[in-house]
Write a protein that binds this ligand. Structure first.
Ligand SMILES: [Zn+2]
Length: 325
């Protein structure tokens, strides 16, 4: 039998699911990505997780001792998903039925917090006591490790870094606030800003609109980023503004939390060239010197399976099965 000190990590999203078996050094022993299909009912999701884990157990000969499941949404304690808009779930106790079906403890964790945990234990944050993970995809999420503890907050929702105000009275966000970091740098927001700017200045935006048309897509963050890299003035304007707002967010994050590392990940970070590094350099001189002196901005090491690997890391934590050091 392969390393028995391993756990299952699950990333359950609105359209796909990743199931990984991960050992206590962060090695992914086996992994499967499946579509969640049209049905995201809890019973169907539980059935898919159970059959996938059973198949992987049989094929690999590995017997994981616990399971962690990362879900985009508000999670209460270890068992209950309070609200997951992508899955349209409210008050779903997913832990107990998974535990019962698989015969191992199963715990649920917010997806970005799982990714943060994974980056801390298995990725760029390994050995660090103070770090912040900032994930910029369609939305913007975060996770905070401070003094060797993953911060959870009073209602288990700490780390919503995308909803820090960076522009007073600014753009409407998806949350009740306006002027949030997400409302400027989230993938949806970059696209919305570009579309609005193109509406105002269609001539300036002509090349970007043509690129989007040829790609068979809307004017989105990817198209704008590509056009900016090619030097298109319209797209560069959008990305310059994105960088400015991201820098404002980084200053606030650094000053509030005094991390040693800001670890950036997510689709927008991966797809926008050196946007993060440029924003970090813009931010650095504006951060309090006592905080900026030892601060580094780095890319996340875990990739598209960060949530699954992080949920597996968290399952190790919950089970107390880290290797002796
Ligand atoms: Zn917001």
């Amino acid at each position: 039998m392969a390393d028995a000190n391993c756990t299952v990590g699950v990333d359950l999203g609105g359209t796909k699911m990743i199931v990984s078996i991960v050992d206590s050094d962060g090695r992914v022993l086996t992994e499967e990505e499946t579509s969640t299909g049209s049905s995201t009912e809890p019973e169907a999701a539980i059935r898919t997780i159970v059959t996938t884990v059973e198949r992987m157990r049989a094929a690999s000969g590995v017997a994981p001792h616990s399971l962690g499941i990362g879900i985009a949404g508000q999670v209460d304690g270890r068992d209950v998903v309070r609200f997951a808009p992508n899955l349209r779930w409210r008050d779903v106790a997913i832990g107990p039925p998974l535990s019962k079906a698989l015969g191992i403890p199963a715990r649920v964790i917010n997806d970005v917090r799982a990714a943060t945990f994974g980056e801390w234990r298995f990725g760029k944050g390994r050995g660090e006591s103070d770090l912040v993970c900032l994930r910029i995809g369609t939305g913007v999420g975060g996770g905070i490790v401070s003094g060797n503890r993953l911060l959870v907050g009073a209602s288990n929702a700490a780390g919503e870094l995308g909803h820090m105000t960076v522009v007073t009275g600014g753009r409407k966000c998806t949350c009740p606030n306006s002027g949030c970091l997400e409302a400027y740098v989230g993938g949806w927001a970059i696209a919305a800003r570009a579309v609005e700017a193109a509406h105002t200045s269609p001539t300036a935006a002509a090349a970007s609109l043509e690129r989007a048309r040829r790609a068979g897509t809307e004017l989105d963050a990817e198209v704008v980023s590509e056009m900016a890299k090619e030097g298109d003035p319209f797209a560069r304007g959008i990305m310059d503004e994105t960088r400015t707002h991201l820098a404002a967010g980084l200053v606030a994050i650094a000053n509030a939390l005094n991390p040693r590392l800001i670890v950036a990940g997510g689709g927008v970070i991966r797809g926008t060239g050196s946007l993060f590094e440029e924003a970090f350099e813009l931010a650095r001189p504006r951060i309090l010197p006592s905080i900026s002196a030892d601060l580094r901005g780095v890319r996340a090491e875990l990739g598209t399976n960060a949530v699954a690997v992080g949920a597996a890391a968290w399952a190790h934590q919950e089970a107390g099965t880290w290797p002796a050091t």
